[in-house]
Design a binder for this molecule. Structure first.
Ligand code: FAD
Length: 467
């Protein structure tokens, strides 16, 4: 055996590296096999690089459109190569941080591609082609997911792009078609739209962020359109053709049954991701998988093979970094005999457009479908002093409560929504009531007062809105 540890983790993304650190904190010896960079998709090709590009393009847009600025603003250009270089610096710094933590926790990192055998032995192909075999008391699979292609349109790295390639373009395209109005599609579309690219987002479902609260989704779509993003919902793409430096997407508009055709110099496929479950099994496949290929786990995050756990994008659900990390902590605890759990009822998500969109728990439609009395309270940022001083009044907060006043869900379209949702996530995690948020004193003038007002509104006693 080349290595033998208490815990082996396959994949060093936010699921895997967090699981490794937690296992080391619990006094176990740990090895992580990661074929690429520590930090995984999130740190290297996902959450962090997108947020850097979103921040820089937001500043650029504000400089060009800010009402109070005077002078030759038309001369301001965004130095895109510099933005890209700075983006890489941020990524590298965070990756080095994980490497440092690994050293401190004495976690071994093997750079290679791992595959698991049914007998739980791990085969690793190192980057120089050599092979290693190891074993561990428990294995945590955290191999993540990768962008999915369309049946009739493959990635080619130049005209048909994955999110990874779209993040690294050396210059903004003239026109970009984005397939999929999920978080990734809307964030990437926003980045390039702010740089002057003509962006069209095509979505087969009736609203942006399919599955989100209907009212909030409709508001969000209007705001995006106001910013110049062309958002086309209920558009089914049926074919894609490349040629003459352009890609043409054809299909049917499901609202009118009319055919459509869109052309652009680049297409970003952001309509889904597929789990890497096909890449981590050696020999005859033995892991129980869902129909879409996600690894199936029980409530302890254990697969059908005892002692083998799986977490993060690999097991499906919402493909979010913080979900992967919480599952990583829980799996590490379970792997050493603990009782780690993840509370999926209170799993928040965010889209980092401007305004941001964030949500936790049930939509109004889900709450009503679940039966029982449902009460809602909404509050618009138009009536929030801080949002007005920030010139960011677009948006709304909606809190959904059950008959016992417990918060069932909360949805925020507005400035800093990704931060504001934390208060309501905590409330949901701890089973607090709407009254707890309503009665808690919030600083004035802050955006968080809008959370308090929405809570007051559930009880018909909002101060700054008519009840
Ligand atoms: C453009 C984009 C933006 C995103 N923005 C956000 C965001 O703002 N917030 C958010 O919460 N989520 C965001 N996500 C989603 C987030 O990145 C993922 O949910 C998260 O990275 C999943 O973590 P993971 O550990 O399960 O998998 P990953 O991060 O994918 O890590 C898996 C790791 O396993 C390695 N690996 C795979 N197979 C093997 C093997 N056989 N041997 C060794 N190593 C292997 C891979 O190299 C990878 O490093 C974004 C994703 C994208 C693409």
């Amino acid at each position: 055996m080349d290595f033998r540890k208490d815990i082996a983790v396959i994949g060093g993304g936010p699921g895997g590296y967090v699981a490794a650190i937690r296992a080391a904190q619990l006094g176990r010896t740990v090895v992580v096999v990661e074929r690429d960079a520590l930090g995984g998709t999130c740190m290297n090709w996902g959450c962090i690089p997108t947020k850097h590009l979103l921040h820089q393009t937001k500043l650029f847009r504000e400089l060009r459109t800010g009402k109070a600025f005077d002078g030759p603003v038309g001369d301001i250009v965004l130095n895109w190569p510099r933005v890209q270089a700075e983006k890489q610096k941020v990524v590298d710094r965070l990756v080095r941080g994980v490497e440092f933590l690994f050293q401190r926790y004495k976690i071994e990192w093997i750079r290679g591609t791992a595959a698991l055998r049914e007998d739980r032995r791990i085969f690793v192909r190192l980057s120089d082609g050599r092979e290693q075999v190891g074993e561990a008391g428990a294995v945590i699979l955290a191999a993540g997911s990768r962008p999915a292609e369309l049946p009739f349109l493959n990635f080619d790295g130049t005209a048909v792009l994955s999110s990874t390639e779209a993040l690294a373009l050396t210059q903004p395209p003239k026109a970009l078609l984005v397939v999929g109005a999920g978080a990734i599609g809307l964030e990437m579309g926003t980045i390039y739209s702010r740089l002057g690219t003509e962006v069209t987002v095509l979505e087969i479902m009736p609203s942006v962020l399919p599955g989100c609260d209907r009212e909030m989704g409709q508001r969000f779509e209007l705001v995006l359109k106001k910013q110049g993003l062309k958002v086309m919902t209920r558009f089914r793409i049926e074919s894609g053709v490349r040629g003459d430096g352009r890609v043409i997407l054809k299909g049917t508009c499901l609202k009118t049954n009319a055919p459509f055709e869109f052309a652009a110099d680049k297409v970003l496929l952001a309509a889904g991701r597929r789990p890497n479950s096909d890449l981590i099994q050696d020999g005859t496949p033995f892991l129980a998988l869902s129909r879409q290929g996600y690894v199936e786990v029980n409530e302890r995050l254990e697969t059908n093979i005892p002692g083998v756990y799986a977490i993060g994008d690999l097991i499906g659900g919402k493909l979010l970094a913080h979900k992967a990390s919480h599952e990583g902590m829980a799996a590490a605890e379970n792997a050493v005999g603990g009782r780690g759990q993840v509370d999926y009822r209170a799993l928040p998500m965010a889209v980092f457009t401007e305004p941001e969109f964030a949500s936790v728990g049930m939509t109004e439609e889900e709450a009503k479908a679940a039966g029982g009395e449902v009460r809602t309270g909404t509050f618009t940022f138009q009536a929030n002093g801080r949002a007005l001083t920030m010139d960011s009044p677009d948006g709304l907060i909606k809190i959904i409560a059950g008959p016992d006043d417990r918060i069932l869900g909360a949805h925020i379209l507005g400035p800093c929504a990704s931060e504001l949702i934390a208060e309501l996530t905590l409330a949901m995690t701890k089973g607090l009531k709407v009254a707890d948020t309503a009665e808690s004193i919030h600083i004035h003038p802050t955006l968080s007062e809008a959370v308090m007002e929405a809570a007051l509104k559930v009880h018909g006693r909002s101060i700054h809105a008519l009840n």
